[in-house]
Design a protein around this ligand. Structure first.
Ligand SMILES: Nc1ncnc2c1ncn2[C@@H]1O[C@H](COP(=O)(O)OP(=O)(O)O)[C@@H](O)[C@H]1O
Ligand SMILES: [Mg+2]
Length: 284
C-alpha cells in the first residue's frame, strides 16, 4: 500500500491507531504519530486491533474525531462499526432487502437455545463471535447441545441459517469493492465449510457476474464503506447470499489470483477522492 501510494507521489506514514492520542493542548485536539501539530490528509485504516471496550472505543473515537476535523478516513469509523459488529451488518443488509441468511442476535443463552430448538428442523445454523474475523470461533449448530457457552461468545449469541453450497462442496466468493465498482473477485475453495484463507481456504480466480457484483456494491453501500471485501455464498440452487462485509479487508489471497493490482487501485481511488475534495474546497 505504501509503495502504491508512493507511485502516485503520496507519502504514507504508517502508525498504530492506539498510538494516536487525544490531547487538549494540541492544535487540533489530537496528535497523530509522525504529524506533529498537523494532521494527515487521509487515513486508510488497515486494522483496529482488539483491546478492552474502553481501548477500542478510544481508537474508534480517534477516527470519528479525524473525520470531524475534515480528514478523509477510509473506511469511516461508522462503516467500521457497522461491519465489525456482525449483528449491525445483518440488520442493515436485511433492511435493504439484500439477500442474507436469517440471523438472530441474542444475549440470553436460554433464548438462544429456544431459537435453535425452533429453527433446527429447517436445517443447521452457524454460531459466530459477534466481532469475529478470519473464520475464527465459528461453530455449526445441529442440536441445542451445540450452542456455545456464553463465555465463549462474550455473552452474545449470533446465530445464522447455514447456507449449503452443494453436498460436499465448500466454496464461497470474496468480492473486493472500491470506488463504487468491483475491482477483484475470487472463489475460496476449502475442505470444510469455513473457507477463509487463514483457515486453509484456497483462492481461485473468479469473475463476479452482474448479479453478484450488484449485490456486493449494494452491500458495501448500505454499511457506508468506501471499500470493502464482501463474502457471498451461492446455495445449492445457485442463489447468492451475502454473508459478511469486511471494512478492513486483507487481499493477500485475492492478489494471487487477480490481474488487477489491488493496492494500486485502492491508492488511486483514495487519491482521486482527495483530489475531488480539494477541487470542491477550491470552488467554495
Ligand atoms: N451462514 C453461513 N452458511 C454457510 N457458511 C457460512 C455461513 N457463515 C459463514 N460461513 C463460512 O464461514 C466463513 C467465515 O464466516 P464470516 O461470516 O465471513 O466470518 P469471518 O469474519 O470470520 O470471515 C465464510 O467465509 C463461510 O465460508
Ligand atoms: Mg468473512
Amino acid at each position: 500500500m505504501q509503495r502504491a501510494l508512493a507511485a502516485l507521489g503520496v507519502a504514507a506514514v504508517p502508525f498504530r491507531l492506539m498510538d494516536a492520542i487525544f490531547d487538549s493542548g494540541a492544535r487540533h485536539g489530537i496528535r497523530v504519530p509522525g504529524f506533529g501539530e498537523s494532521l494527515p490528509e487521509a487515513v486508510l485504516v488497515r486494522a483496529v486491533s482488539a483491546g478492552t471496550f474502553e481501548a477500542v472505543t478510544v481508537r474508534l473515537g480517534i477516527l470519528h474525531a479525524l473525520r470531524a476535523l475534515g480528514v478523509t478516513v477510509w473506511n469511516d469509523a461508522r462503516a467500521i462499526e457497522c461491519c465489525v459488529d456482525k449483528s449491525m451488518t445483518s440488520f442493515l443488509l436485511g433492511r435493504a432487502g439484500i439477500p442474507t441468511p436469517a440471523t438472530w442476535t441474542i444475549q440470553s443463552a436460554d433464548a438462544a437455545r429456544r431459537i435453535v430448538e425452533r429453527e433446527i428442523p429447517q436445517g443447521p445454523l452457524v454460531s459466530k463471535p459477534l466481532f469475529g474475523s478470519q473464520g475464527r470461533g465459528l461453530r455449526l449448530i445441529h442440536t441445542v447441545a451445540d450452542v456455545p457457552a456464553g463465555d465463549n461468545v462474550a455473552g452474545v449469541f449470533y446465530l445464522q441459517r447455514f447456507v449449503a453450497a452443494a453436498p460436499g462442496r465448500f466454496q464461497d466468493l470474496r468480492i473486493l469493492v472500491t470506488g463504487g465498482r468491483v475491482v477483484a473477485a475470487m472463489a475460496r475453495h476449502a475442505d470444510q465449510w469455513i473457507t477463509n484463507i487463514k483457515q486453509g481456504g484456497r483462492p481461485v480466480a473468479a469473475i463476479a457476474d452482474a448479479e453478484v457484483a450488484g449485490l456486493a456494491l449494494r452491500a458495501a453501500s448500505v454499511v457506508g464503506a468506501d471499500f470493502a471485501g464482501v463474502d457471498i455464498i451461492r446455495d445449492s440452487a445457485g442463489r447468492p447470499w451475502v454473508i459478511e462485509v469486511n471494512s478492513m479487508p486483507a487481499w493477500r489471497g485475492l492478489q494471487k489470483v487477480t490481474a488487477a493490482n489491488v493496492a494500486a487501485v485502492i491508492a488511486s481511488d483514495l487519491v482521486g477522492a482527495l483530489d475531488a475534495r480539494s477541487r470542491r474546497k477550491a470552488a467554495m
